[in-house]
Design a binder for this molecule. Structure first.
Ligand code: ADP
Ligand code: MG
Length: 689
């Protein structure tokens, strides 16, 4: 109830955009949008609590007569006292419109809804209660009052009226048959919708609030159903495209696939073989592959991507590998050159930071048909024209938006659509895979290469930084290498740099006999490469860095990872960072240094981080702590987020919705279209995939 800003959420004097636009921001334009604009929560205004019985911390309604009201010039607030015969209650308004003085004039009768609390003086008070004048015989509402998601200058009473009108105007035909409803155990649609907007007298506030009420189950199901339909539809659409056929060169010992495979210095793990096999199968089909290879950090995804590229090249097509950062792309580039150039494969480097001449040459080579192109976002710029792109590979796919991923495999002029292979170390919980990724085939590398040692994780207070530096010195003297990562401070790269520079100086001072270097985001790619290179070759022992090394870097000799102010990182990020070590045969350590401003969630995160190195478990816990909204960059991906259903708790509904969506689509049931349109028509174009 208490609001620190203006009650209308707007600075005085600030102009509002036209109503239509503001509504559009809320996804509200058609009548159906209003019908499906369901309450965020409810207020129980069906009863009045005597002031003497008020319980602090709970929303309650009181009614009484104003006995005194005044402006508090000192605080710029407005105060009033009301009496209901049982006791007196103080009201406080930090921001208010002049009209409030009239409403709270001495002797006026008011009804208030709010959350009482004890002031410092011990007096009971309400801050910014919902306040209105009433006649002494005014009736109480019989039902719970809905509170809707609202926006600038859109008031609850206005929304209520507008929604009620939509409820009358719209033909809320239930698309589920009686039989389907029965077997799903769900109530009828109109009834469900109406009871959410206008709960029946005596409805359980708790069941509504927790969304366990059958009416909520129905709406959550419908929302999931719409999402499933849209996803399955986009999959079907994709599958009408033709992809280049790439039969695997089985038994041909002169093929690149064979030669590269034979030349590998290690044996593929069982999981790698299985996933490779799945890819081989997809590439042999003339339907464009849309596959996500998901494997924990260090599980060996790169080699699988390279093997897939070999198949494309063997069949006369080009392959492209796109990575989210210069450093990572460069690493891939070098690795792939060392793997494939010996067999005569032309590997081209393309980056946005290339010099004009170099870039021109790269573009020319790509147009001429160079077999493999590695690079950053530069790969999806309009000036890049492949001769015959057959396979697009996107590493750390969650770093890219959906559109970026798809641009790389955009339909070619000859009408073919390249296959798409995405790699990710961020595990996807099953429900997410079923919903957001319904259009994607997922292959999982659930096995690490043999001989990897478990990474030991330690949590240490920042106060023990010096001690830590000294003990790292010991390890360096035995030939180890270490990363020291300083956190990103959102607001200012400059502060980041200062912090990292200071840390670097401190370490240099304490460990004068070692080569220590600083790597940060402000450096040019060349500078970064030179420094990275020295670290890879072992010329540098300790690398202090801002988070630029977060993804993908592979230096097997590095066995120590220090993460300064670890509490400022998300779990997935911490896991990624830790994955930079433990890549060789020596035992590795990860030290999470935490500052003294540790929130409860921060504490919980670090505990989880220490307790497990299993990416799946980490992701599951992360989801618990954070909610699924941000997963997979869903926010920027254009995938409609779920408003009502919760992928963690509604697993059951997700499964049911998946099945029904499949059935409707298989049977060409036109209900599928009608249903999806209700939910998505005026939303942003749903999932371009
Ligand atoms: P990620 O899955 O995190 O991208 P990489 O592809 O970078 O992992 O592989 C990590 C390291 O493991 C690399 O040095 C790679 O050459 C090596 N590697 C990959 N597969 C195997 C394997 N089957 N056996 C041993 N080492 C492997
Ligand atoms: Mg990788």
């Amino acid at each position: 109830m208490a609001e620190s800003k203006n009650v209308y959420g707007r600075k005085p004097g600030q102009k509002l955009a036209p109503l239509k636009e503001r509504l559009k921001k809320l996804g509200l334009s058609r009548d159906w949008d209003f019908v499906l604009h369901l309450p965020l929560r409810y207020e129980d205004e069906t009863s009045v609590t005597p002031i003497a019985d008020l319980v602090p911390g709970v929303d309650q309604q009181v009614e009484g007569e104003v006995v005194r009201s005044q402006e508090n010039r000192f605080r710029g607030s407005f105060e009033a006292w009301i009496d209901d015969g049982s006791d007196v209650l103080k009201l406080r308004y930090l921001h208010y419109f002049p009209s409030l003085r009239e409403v709270l004039k001495e002797g006026k009768r008011v009804r208030l809804f709010g959350n009482p609390r004890r002031s410092y003086g011990g007096e009971l008070e309400m801050i910014h209660p919902k306040t209105r004048n009433i006649k002494s015989d005014a009736e109480l509402p019989k039902t719970l009052t809905p509170v809707y998601p609202a926006g600038e200058g859109i008031t609850q009473p206005w929304l209520r009226k507008r929604i009620d009108r939509a409820l009358m105007d719209v033909d809320i035909k239930d698309l589920l048959t009686e039989e389907e409803r029965q077997s799903l155990g769900l109530p009828e649609l109109r009834k469900a919708i109406e009871s959410l907007h206008h709960p029946a007298p005596g409805a359980s506030l708790e069941a509504l609030q927790e969304k366990t009420d059958p009416a909520w189950q129905r709406l959550k199901f419908d929302e999931l159903l719409a999402q499933q339909i849209a996803l399955k539809r986009s999959r079907k659409l994709r599958e009408t495209n033709k992809a280049p056929l790439m039969p695997f060169p089985k038994g041909r010992t002169d093929s690149l696939s064979f030669k590269f495979y034979k030349s590998l210095p290690f044996k593929l793990t069982g999981a790698q073989k299985r996933v490779w096999n799945e890819i081989v199968g997809s590439l042999q089909s003339d339907r464009p592959m849309n596959r996500l290879v998901q494997g924990d950090v260090g599980s060996g995804k790169t080699v699988i991507a390279a093997l897939a590229a070999c198949q494309a090249i063997d069949c006369g097509y080009q392959a492209a590998l796109m990575a989210p950062t210069e450093i990572l792309a460069e690493q891939h580039f070098r690795k792939i050159i060392s793997w494939l150039e010996p067999f005569g494969v032309r590997v081209v480097w393309l980056s946005g930071k290339q010099k004009a001449k170099e870039k021109r040459e790269a573009l020319k080579a790509i147009a001429d048909g160079a077999e493999l192109v590695v690079g950053t976002h530069a790969l999806i710029q309009p000036d890049v024209a492949f001769k015959a792109l057959g396979l697009a590979i996107v590493d750390e796919q969650h770093r890219f938006g959906v559109n970026q991923r798809l641009q790389l495999r955009a339909e070619r002029e000859d009408g073919f659509m390249p296959h798409l292979l995405m790699l990710s170390a961020t595990p996807i919980p099953r429900t997410l895979a079923m919903s957001y990724l319904a259009d994607v085939d997922v292959s999982v590398i659930d096995e690490l290469p043999p001989g990897r040692q478990k990474i030991e994780t330690k949590l240490l207070s920042m106060q023990r930084k010096e001690e830590l530096i000294e003990s790292i010195g010991q390890s360096l003297s035995h030939g180890a290498q270490a990363y020291w990562v300083c956190p990103l401070i959102e607001e200012s790269e400059k502060i980041d740099l200062t912090a990292a520079t200071e840390t670097c100086e401190q370490i240099c001072a304490l460990l004068p006999n070692y080569r220590i270097e600083l790597l940060h985001g402000k450096m040019t790619p060349e500078e970064k490469n030179v420094i990275m290179d020295r670290f890879v070759k072992g010329e540098t022992q300790l690398l202090v860095s801002t988070t630029v090394i977060e993804v993908g870097v592979d230096v097997p000799n590095a066995t120590i990872m220090v993460i300064e102010h670890a509490e400022r990182f998300g779990l997935a990020q911490l896991h990624q960072l830790r994955g930079r070590v433990g890549r060789g045969s020596e035992k590795s350590f990860c030290v999470a240094l935490f500052g003294n401003k540790l929130s409860d969630i921060g504490k919980e995160r670090l505990k989880v981080f220490k307790s497990t190195t299993d990416g799946f478990e980490i992701s599951r816990r992360d989801l618990e702590l954070r909610g699924p909204g941000e997963f997979l960059g869903a926010r920027q991906s254009g995938v409609a987020l779920l408003r009502f259903a919760n992928l963690d708790t509604d697993v059951d509904l997700v499964e049911k919705a998946t099945h029904l969506a499949q059935r409707w689509i298989d049977e060409n049931d036109e209900r599928a279209d009608t249903h999806a349109a209700r939910w998505y028509e005026s939303k942003e174009k749903f999932l371009e995939a």
